[in-house]
Design a protein around this ligand. Sequence first.
Ligand SMILES: Nc1ncnc2c1ncn2[C@@H]1O[C@H](COP(=O)(O)OP(=O)(O)O)[C@@H](O)[C@H]1O
Ligand SMILES: Nc1ccn([C@@H]2O[C@H](COP(=O)(O)OP(=O)(O)O)[C@@H](O)[C@H]2O)c(=O)n1
Length: 128
Amino acid sequence: MIIAMDGPAASGKGTLGRKLAEKFDLAYLDTGALYRAVGLGLKRAGHGPEDADRAAHAAKTLDPDLLNDPELRSEQVGHMASIIAANPVVRANLLAFQRDFARHPPSGKAGAVLDGRDIGTVVCLMRM
Ligand SMILES: Nc1ncnc2c1ncn2[C@@H]1O[C@H](COP(=O)(O)OP(=O)(O)O)[C@@H](O)[C@H]1O
Ligand SMILES: Nc1ccn([C@@H]2O[C@H](COP(=O)(O)OP(=O)(O)O)[C@@H](O)[C@H]2O)c(=O)n1
């Protein structure tokens, strides 16, 4: 089972998505965190979000440890994420990560909840 939570910022995707994942024992992925993690990785390496090639590479080689970093939620990293999210190569590279998570949820879970702006429209289409 895959549950797609689509919606704009602060519409409650994360709140409801986490609750659904807990209730049905599913894996949960906050896809905004992926874009934020790319931003945080660039920031730590001393680069800006406009560096398209570096952002694309960082998205392909995403460091999963960054997903749990407290700085992920900072306003600066959120701003970087919004610039990075406009890069089509970054989006394509993160698509692979998201689809893999949906197809093979971690920890042997029977399904996944994905939250983001484009889950039902792009990431988790019927024939992905
Ligand atoms: N059903 C709800 N009723 C009232 N407030 C809510 C509800 N769902 C979420 N919120 C609040 O709205 C804010 C944004 O929720 P969040 O789940 O972070 O949104 P998103 O993941 O879509 O950005 C949070 O402060 C959260 O506590
Ligand atoms: N599926 C997604 C999730 C986030 N994003 C972008 O990633 C940035 C960070 O998202 P966020 O963590 O603040 O998540 P929201 O609660 O704003 O959806 C935002 O600028 C979103 O536009 C995206 O483009 N596609």
